[in-house]
Design a protein around this ligand. Structure first.
Ligand SMILES: O=C1O[C@H](COP(=O)(O)O)[C@@H](O)[C@H](O)[C@H]1O
Length: 260
């Protein structure tokens, strides 16, 4: 697993624009070398900010949207179309504006869908969908995602892996149901750390003062059960994309402030 690298941008708008540009390049490169690309989206303010910046970027037309698989790192287990669902927010920010192949948009199940309110069945079905998409080189578990993005919560949660809850301790399954999440809604579906670690690149997004303590804790050697963001690593790259407010409490050894 890779060691975290940090990129600190001046403010959250610049961070979103720079991350969007970085994502466009990654997708275009993956499509050139492997024929298609796969990206895992995150919910939350920073993830949606990135998607909105991508929607506004003229270079978005460089992406072949029909050869892109989109997956989600987590979902709030709510009814289809609920404004708080991560997929609803992603559609509004970007997905409705680009010519994606609907068969390659792998939204997590909703609470009024095929599995009703059975979040465990919904999680198992998403795990099966991932396994079907995985090639032999992936050992049948999940595809090797090109980029997997994670918004970092102020409590160090990523996806719906909250500190100390059972989901963050999962070592076998790739997707699990979450009950009693401290951030509403309490019922969620999430990729687990083993699934996250299957990605080539994991990008952690943290902008704003309310993310400063979480970034400092996760990057200072905390354990993944207490600080799930600390356990999110990519096979070849782990990239923390921050703004200066979120980087403000990092130890000097990680992010020396500019000299006056
Ligand atoms: O609930 C969630 O929160 C986190 C972080 O959200 P933010 O608004 O604090 O940036 C997000 O990563 C996750 O996908 C989402 O379900």
């Amino acid at each position: 697993m890779s060691t975290p690298q940090l990129v600190v941008h001046h403010d959250k708008e610049l961070m979103a624009q720079a991350a969007a540009a970085r994502l466009i390049t990654k997708i275009v490169d993956a499509q050139a070398s492997r024929g298609s690309a796969s990206v895992v989206l995150t919910g939350g303010r920073n993830g949606n900010g990135l998607l909105a910046a991508l929607a506004a970027a003229p270079a978005r037309d460089a992406v072949d949207w029909g050869r892109l698989d989109l997956w989600w790192g987590d979902e709030r287990f709510l009814a289809e179309g609920d404004p708080d669902r991560n997929v609803t927010q992603a559609r509004e920010a970007l997905l409705d504006a680009v010519p994606l192949d609907p068969k390659r948009v792998h939204a997590m199940p909703a609470s009024d869908g095929l599995f009703g309110s059975d979040v465990e069945a919904a999680a198992a079905a998403y795990a099966e969908e991932l396994a079907r998409a995985a090639g032999p080189e992936n050992h049948g578990a999940v595809p090797t995602f090109d980029v997997l993005m994670l918004g970092v919560g102020p409590d160090t949660h990523v996806a719906s892996l909250f500190p100390e809850l059972p989901a963050v301790r999962e070592t076998q399954r790739t997707v699990v149901g979450v009950h009693g999440a401290p951030k509403p809604p309490p019922t969620r579906v999430t990729l687990t750390l083993p699934a996250i670690r299957a990605a080539r690149e994991v990008w952690l997004l943290a902008a704003g003062e309310d993310k400063a303590q979480a970034a400092a804790i996760a990057l200072s050697g905390a354990g993944e059960i207490q600080a799930p963001a600390a356990g999110a690593r990519g096979r070849s790259r782990t990239l923390w994309l921050l703004d200066s407010a979120a980087a403000s409490q990092l130890p000097r050894s990680l992010y020396p402030p500019a000299s006056p």
